[in-house]
Design a binder for this molecule. Sequence first.
Ligand code: NAD
Length: 394
Amino acid sequence: MRNFQYFQPTEIRFGAGRLDEVGESVARLGRRCLIVTVPAFPGFELVVQRVKTSLTASAVAFAHFDGVIPNPTTAVVSAGASQAQDFGADVVLGVGGGSSLDTAKAVAVEARHPGTSWDYLFFRDRQPTEQTLPIVAVTTTSGTGSHVTQVAVVTNPDERSKSALYHPRLFPKISLVDPELVLTAPARVTAATGFDVFAHAFESFINPGGSAYTDLLASEALKIVASSLPAAVRSGHDLGARTAMAWADTLAGLAIANAGVTLPHGISMAVGGLYPHVAHGEALASVYPAILRYSWDAAPGKFAATARLFDRSLVGIEDAAAAEALSGAVMAFLRTIGLRIGLEDLKIPEGELKALAREALVLPDYKSHPRVACAEDVFSVLRESLRCEGETKS
Ligand code: NAD
């Protein structure tokens, strides 16, 4: 077995009803809490109310920043950071999907450092210091794994770029994973975020930077996605399926925090930067089949093992054939969850694919893909991903 290291400082509190522990969790870290969420919508108001009641019961004062948008921007983070400063927050609580959690993390940095969150991206000289506010995460999607990662994804509309802060200080100190909170997620959000779980697990699994430890986490997450995501999409109120997906999301997040992602995430980050209206999981769904076709023979054992989880008829079939079949199995799975889409469905213009291909190689993720792509390769993948020809969408 190869040498490896594994780091995970987040205290995870998992299970239905754990939301009510938010007050005592936050109180361990501070007395003045900035709550970070999207604007209120039916169903979510009750969650925010429970959070506020719990904070009050634990004698934690709070202010509420409710300006998060999907694919949060630098301006959104700055607005949250300035509210944190005005309030004198000593702890930040993100409640929501990856967009809210990432905003909370970036706010925790910007509120306590000169400049903006964009000045602290993973490749900059300046990095988050011990001044960074402690972060508590309550996740409501399954999901990005952000509740157990050191990553905060931020979009800069002026530069048409989506990038990330990446630092161990961004691991939430405490993470509450309460599957009941995901019951209200609509089918499309469930499918897109659930496919993100697949992507995290698969990309950690095939990542040369992975280990025996992350393989264990990732392969379990893949198994759960194959068996439980369709049920979660079909019946949003199935708490069993929601709990399974919350666990898969957590496992896949733990895996990416230590192994990292690969080419599909590089492409989907570029899509998000250029076209912020596109949901992260939808961008992934549109390009995955072509990427799998492009690279199956670079890691046939792992592609085959994944294919057999999604298509039981491939059990007993030799690795090369099963690996090649993974793209078809994933397309069938995407149809099952109503997410078999092309870039055209996401309103991405064909004329901009060259620029998109170049952008996809700005982040280093592609270097960890088993087959390392050049801009021409990515362009071909994107062209193949434009439309789902001859297929009936579910
Ligand atoms: P999101 O947070 O953008 O939420 C999507 C939509 O679903 C929003 O409108 C939100 O209000 C709504 N929603 C969330 N939970 C809901 C619920 N329980 N009921 C009803 N509606 C609900 O989606 P996401 O996919 O969780 O996060 C995407 C963001 O996370 C992107 O910016 C992506 O790049 C980033 N990301 C971060 C990491 C990381 O490790 N930090 C990893 C992957 C992706």
